[in-house]
Design a protein around this ligand. Sequence first.
Ligand SMILES: NC(=O)c1ccc[n+]([C@@H]2O[C@H](COP(=O)([O-])OP(=O)(O)OC[C@H]3O[C@@H](n4cnc5c(N)ncnc54)[C@H](OP(=O)(O)O)[C@@H]3O)[C@@H](O)[C@H]2O)c1
Length: 309
Amino acid sequence: MISELVLGAMYFGTRTDANTSFALLDRFVEAGGRTIDTANCYAFWADESGAGGQSEAVIGEWLRADAGRRERVEISTKVGVEPDPHGGVEGLSPDVVRRESARSLERLGVDTVDLYWAHAPDPGTPVAETAEVMDELVRNGVVRRLGASNFPTWLVERARCHAAGRALTPFTALQLSTSYVEQRPGAPVEGKDHRFGWVTEETRHYVAAHDLELWAYSPLLQGAFDRPDRAFPEAYDHPGTTRRLAVLQDVAGRLGVRPGQVVLSWLLHSSPVVRPIIGVSSVEQLDEAIAAGELALDLELMAELDAPR
Ligand SMILES: NC(=O)c1ccc[n+]([C@@H]2O[C@H](COP(=O)([O-])OP(=O)(O)OC[C@H]3O[C@@H](n4cnc5c(N)ncnc54)[C@H](OP(=O)(O)O)[C@@H]3O)[C@@H](O)[C@H]2O)c1
């Protein structure tokens, strides 16, 4: 299942220096990983310039160093939340999507990206316009597939209906946050979190009904399952979390692995399948994630893990 893991490159070129980023990319591919996730805006908040692009640039440098690498990986990148010069956010207007896709290709040094995401909804642009310009990228051969991140389900459906009515390429992948524990419904949205950024029961139903791909960002909640120095955010403070963490500890203990590894494996074994996007800052952390990708959870263990609510 390692080919289902996605390597998150959010901090490559900023908090994670170039050499470490190259080592992570090398190790991921050597272990059988294929898919890399980045965005045009990564990671503007971690760079003194206040602008993104460092992650795509580092991936581009790695790809250029060996011509064979492009064939071995699938690259996904995003548009829509890079800050604009007026203190706002770039959004998803046709001009921005055309301009930013060209910039992403240039930084990455590639002719095509395998999956292009609308990073977050843009209230200032009708979703039909975004769907049309993203289809244009597919028709021009610079993008293979399309996805939506942080969109409420109704807006994804609206975009897909618009695409279906005009024979455009639809969104076929959703990128949201989820993990083994879930936030309290109605918990306040914190800081930079996206209002519609979480997988819900409705998301799972929608994904299964339309055979869409589901990717999970921040599945390890910054390491909270394994590290006392990383607390679970307050929104996870409810009895369901207590019950789930008890079962998780127990299962991890019996398997002789860390709880975070069980979380990654549980996502991969879930129905519908959830592809975890691995955020790691060292090869040791990546090796743990790869081992989690090799971990088999049988039906009994899955039922045990699924039970607490
Ligand atoms: N679409 C979106 O809006 C969106 C939003 C956020 C992220 N993403 C994507 O999702 C990816 C992952 O996001 P994330 O970084 O927030 O993920 P995360 O799973 O919440 O956290 C990753 C962090 O957990 C810690 N960690 C990971 N493995 C560990 C291990 N084995 N032992 C101890 N600590 C460990 C590391 O912290 P330290 O580095 O501090 O050690 C690592 O940086 C990003 O790279 C990006 O591609 C997408």
